[in-house]
Write a protein that binds this ligand. Structure first.
Ligand SMILES: *Cc1c(COP(=O)(O)O)cnc(C)c1O
Length: 469
């Protein structure tokens, strides 16, 4: 094939730019972006022609330069952060943004942040206010703490607490609680970062009160209890409850800190789950400081909430790290909305998506699955579609190993591998994330919202419809 002939047909940049203008691309995109796009497309065309021996393919590429440019500009203009449909059944999926928030709260957030707000302005006095004041009283009412503050996440909360209260001194921690939480949060490393000295006591499976007592001394700065949220030691085990530790703390005059991980503020046994330690229980049993995540079982935005004795919280509020870790107006606004919901715990299922998902009945999950399956128009020769029971998980390092019975729609393609089907679902618009197991894909209805069902159906119908073109 005469390559020169094809190379000479590659349009010049200014010709393409003129054409882009008539096609309206210059009103849609900045001129520099269009020029850069043209360069990329023509460079690719050149290298394609260099390795091409097929005249028809070469002509095809040359004839569609404008379409390629349009596609590229559109692709580059697409938002990278997208809403995705979670078909995994894991309610607090850390990779998928953990807790979704409700429409009403999102709307209120939009209303507040599109204008100015009283973030740090006291409307009563006309003077400077405190950003934490908007939810501090609420947190205290719900948990029984004397004061409260919030930072960017619970990892930051632990670092701040140790930096403000333990620095240069020892924090006593059970060997069974030296946890690593996903994403490089390890208690020994956070301790080191804070300037606190880790004093390990007991063994991996058993730690007794005497172990803590034997370690208490001049240089003890605090007793730290960490909820082993993402794993469980079973069998021959023993640990010391917060009540006894609190007693020891009082005896020696040191604060007792509990990192609860998932900020549970309602009894989860009402949802058929095991009881997880609740923030208000920890305070009632004598913890001086409790911290927990905002976006785990609390059901809110990413944050680390700290509550407990005022004298300690005040120390944290004055600490330089506080300024470095402070939450912004987005988080403040949503956190207040979330905590307000806890004033009426009986309505959490209506008001917080996490609890709505947790509390769905088996009957409702089956109905949702039937609705999805019923909207699929995939011929029997192409796929086997079934309603099957499956297991949802809470996720987010809460209740490890505990599953909640759920209902899913499974699809086994007859001419498409399940990995390929999973990939197509993941890469489309909107992305649908599902699990692959036993040679089929699983769409767990627990984490798929009602209004998302038609979208999932449309995506699947299109994937299978396209196979016959
Ligand atoms: C999840 C968790 C953390 C970290 O919380 P983030 O809000 O994700 O930073 C810390 N400690 C425990 C016990 C946890 O479960």
């Amino acid at each position: 094939m005469d390559k020169g002939k094809y190379f000479r047909r590659i349009p010049k940049v200014d010709i393409l730019l003129e054409e882009a203008k008539t096609e309206g691309l210059l009103t849609k995109y900045d001129r520099n972006l269009v020029v850069a796009g043209i360069r990329q497309v023509t460079d690719e065309l050149r290298s394609f022609l260099g390795g091409c021996e097929d005249e028809q393919a070469a002509a095809g590429r040359l004839d569609t330069v404008m379409e390629q440019l349009k596609e590229r500009l559109e692709e580059q203009d697409r938002c990278r952060v997208q809403r995705v449909i979670n078909g995994t059944g894991t309610i607090l999926h850390t990779n998928l943004g953990r807790a979704p928030i409700g429409e009403r709260h999102a709307e209120y957030l939009g209303h507040v942040v599109t204008g100015y707000s009283n973030l740090e302005y006291d409307l009563d006095t006309g003077r400077r206010g405190e950003r934490y004041s908007h939810f501090e009283d609420l947190v205290c009412q719900i948990t029984g703490g004397e004061a409260a503050v919030a930072v960017n996440n619970n990892a930051a909360a632990v670092l701040l607490i140790l930096s403000a209260l333990v620095k240069g001194k020892e924090a006593i921690v059970s060997r069974g609680e030296l946890v690593e939480i996903g994403g490089k949060f390890r208690i020994p490393e956070v301790m080191e970062q804070s300037g606190g000295i880790l004093r390990e006591v007991g063994t991996t499976n058993k730690t007794r009160l005497e172990d803590y007592r034997a370690a208490m001394g001049e240089n003890t700065g605090a007793i730290l209890k960490v909820h082993t949220s993402n794993y469980r030691i079973t069998g021959f085990t023993e640990s010391v409850g917060i009540e006894e530790l609190a007693g020891l703390g009082v005896e020696f005059g040191v604060p007792v800190i509990e990192d609860l991980g998932s900020g549970v503020m309602v009894d989860l046994s009402a949802y058929g789950l095991s009881h997880e330690p609740m923030v208000q229980e920890s305070i009632r049993r004598g913890a001086d400081i409790v911290c927990f995540s905002g976006d785990k079982l609390l059901g809110g935005p990413q944050a680390g909430i700290i509550t407990g004795k005022k004298e300690y919280i005040d120390k944290m509020k004055r600490h330089p790290l506080m300024r470095a870790m402070r939450i912004d107006k987005f988080t403040v606004t949503v956190l207040e909305q979330i905590f307000r919901e806890y004033r009426t715990p009986s309505r959490l299922e209506q008001n917080l998506p996490v609890f709505a998902m947790l509390s769905q009945s088996g009957k409702r999950l089956k109905e949702k699955a039937a609705r999805l399956a019923g909207s699929l128009h995939i011929p029997e020769k192409d796929a086997v579609i079934q309603l099957e029971s499956c297991d949802s998980q809470v996720g987010g390092g809460a209740l490890p190993g505990e599953v909640i019975e759920s209902c899913g729609v499974t699809v086994r393609g007859k001419t498409i591998a399940c990995e390929e089907l999973e990939e197509k679902l993941r890469k489309g618009k909107p992305p649908v994330i599902c699990r692959v197991e036993k040679d089929r894909i699983w769409l767990d209805m627990r984490t798929i919202q009602d209004e998302e069902i038609p979208q999932v159906a449309e995506r699947l119908n299109k994937i299978f419809g396209d196979m016959h073109i």
